[in-house]
Write a protein that binds this ligand. Structure first.
Ligand SMILES: [Zn+2]
Length: 132
């Protein structure tokens, strides 16, 4: 028995999304083919080639925004000369200052006298503080 899988069409006669109806066509008692018609309005298509099958193809990724990432604003080493990474940078609750130039600075300042602050020693292994 034929597995009648519904075939979706876009019928030009009724303009609806419909299904293709296949009916065997006989010449006398001889089956000569199929009548292809619109299940919605009964419009008969001349042949298989004229059936407006719905091809549900979506082009994957076509509308995806494959834009390149914006250019990086900062170069990799641009932070290297910021006062906040300088050994002369001193911060206390009231002021940020440069101990070398004896003046107030900001963490984001850059300075020709920049000298990188040595990495702080790794914290000694200590028992974890209990969370209050
Ligand atoms: Zn139709």
């Amino acid at each position: 028995m034929p597995s009648a899988k519904p075939v979706e069409i876009l019928c030009p006669a009724c303009g609806q999304e419909s299904f293709l109806k296949r009916a065997p066509r006989y010449d006398g008692f001889t089956r000569v083919g199929e009548t292809l018609s619109c299940a919605a309005c009964g419009h008969v298509f001349a042949d298989e080639a004229s059936v407006p099958f719905q091809h549900k193809k979506k082009i994957a990724g076509f509308d995806a925004k494959n834009l390149p990432p914006p250019p990086r604003v900062f170069r990799a080493n641009e932070n290297a000369r910021l006062c906040r990474y300088c050994e002369s940078y001193v911060v206390n609750p009231f002021i940020q200052r440069c101990s070398r130039l004896e003046k107030e600075v900001e963490a984001t300042d850059t300075c020709d006298n920049f000298k990188p602050r040595p990495e702080p020693p790794a914290p000694a292994q200590s028992p974890p503080k209990s969370v209050l």
